[in-house]
Design a protein around this ligand. Structure first.
Ligand SMILES: *[C@@H]1O[C@H](CO)[C@@H](O)[C@H](O)[C@H]1NC(C)=O
Ligand SMILES: *[C@@H]1O[C@H](CO)[C@@H](O)[C@H](O)[C@H]1NC(C)=O
Length: 250
């Protein structure tokens, strides 16, 4: 084990060269675990037995919430015991017709188990590959290869739960629409065949937070109505090179 002082120094120097991350006790702990020379040292660094437990029903962090449900994620960012083990887990609580909007995991393949709902799961691995679509009844699972664009929707009228396992302790997530519409507006406009600022602004401002309200067909079947507005806080911040032109009301 390395000294706490050295671990803190590494955290601080990393922070100074990257995005601003507060030096919390958790990041100190992760830094120390990453410096431990062996797995034995990592077990000893986590000196309390309870540090090996993550409670998805009462999580310390890692919750992502939208209008139609939430997910809870245990990765190296929320659960230091996974450091060095190459594994992580997400539990999803999808409301009726809730959709986990299209996204990719840049550093992990995922296996995804439907606990008690029927879920529509689609995936697209890369240019040239065919689109794969499945219904996952309770008790079944599917695989989303690393980097594949995928989405999943609870096609039922009751809340549903899924368990997703990742072969990385830091799988990452890139939400397709939330990120694409945060690129520079002239680039988006050109990619879409010549849309202007107003059209792009209008589209971007509509993208709901994950977990979002799903398809009209599901809502109709369940006797539900699309809410007039959903939260939209997860879109890409616009600051410098991707800012809207001065005077755009956003
Ligand atoms: C797992 O699959 C379900 C339904 O197929 C989906 O709603 C969920 O978003 C998936 N989990 C992750 C972490 O992608
Ligand atoms: C599935 O499990 C979740 C979590 O326990 C629960 O909230 C939900 O009502 C269950 N859904 C069904 C269809 O049993």
């Amino acid at each position: 084990m390395f000294s706490k002082f050295f671990a803190t120094f590494v955290v601080l120097s990393t922070v100074m060269h990257s995005i601003p991350v507060l030096s919390t006790p958790l990041s100190d702990e992760v830094a120390e675990l990453r410096l431990d020379p062996t797995a034995v040292d990592r077990v000893n660094t986590l000196s309390s037995d309870s540090q090996f437990v993550f409670n998805f029903l009462n999580p310390p962090a890692g919750v992502v919430t939208g209008a139609a449900g939430h997910t809870v994620t245990a990765t190296s960012g929320t659960f230091p015991a996974v450091v060095g083990n190459g594994i992580a887990m997400t539990i999803g609580f999808l409301g009726p017709c809730g959709i986990n909007t299209p996204h990719t995991h840049p550093r992990a393949t995922e296996i995804n188990y439907s606990v008690n709902g029927t879920l529509r799961a689609g995936l697209l691995t890369e240019n040239g590959a065919r689109f794969v679509m499945n219904e996952l009844p309770p008790g079944s699972m599917t695989v989303f290869p690393q980097g594949a664009v995928h989405f999943e929707m609870n096609d039922g009228c009751e809340p549903a739960m899924f368990v997703a396992g990742f072969n990385s302790e830091d799988p990452g997530v890139l939400s397709v629409a939330q990120r694409f519409f945060g690129l520079p507006i002239d680039i988006i406009g050109a990619t879409m065949g010549g849309l202007g600022v107003k059209e792009v602004e209008g589209l971007e401002a509509m993208i709901p937070d994950n977990v979002a309200v799903g398809t009209d067909a599901c809502l109709k079947r369940c006797g539900l109505h699309r809410p007039p507005a959903q939260p939209t806080a997860q879109h890409q911040p616009r600051g410098s090179g991707n800012a809207f032109p001065t005077g755009t009301v956003y």
